[in-house]
Design a binder for this molecule. Sequence first.
Ligand code: FAD
Length: 106
Amino acid sequence: PADSETLGRHTWTFLHTMAAYYSDTPTTTQQTMMLSFLRTFSYVYPCWYCAEHLRDEMLRKPPRVENRNVLSRWMCEMHNGVNQRLGKKIFDCSKVDERWRDGPKD
Ligand code: FAD
């Protein structure tokens, strides 16, 4: 079985990559599907206390799914909320594309 740190690392890779490759101009259907995915995810993520925190956070700060940019930013802010709670470094959200889509500028 995966420990919650390994699970977390891999899951963030998936979530940030999903946001980084979301459409710039999603259809209403795509937006609805993303919202319903995130809502479902917050119930099935197999670290139960993490999932519970996430659901609380999502109530306070509902997911933004209007386009790639705002979704990536929202995901970054969710992750920073967890970072802060765990005493980890806060990530600079202006760097999400570099980290999760484009790679470092040479
Ligand atoms: P991680 O936090 O896993 O980050 C991986 C990489 O993402 C980093 O190396 C960095 O390059 C990049 N990164 C960091 N911050 C950001 C950001 N804000 N935006 C974009 N990229 C970033 N653990 C708990 O102990 N308690 C919890 O309540 C908890 N809740 C979680 C909720 C969710 C939804 C998820 C996916 C994970 C949760 N975790 C929780 C796990 C925790 O967030 C970490 O994944 C785990 O502690 C491993 O941390 P890490 O230092 O390896 O880096």
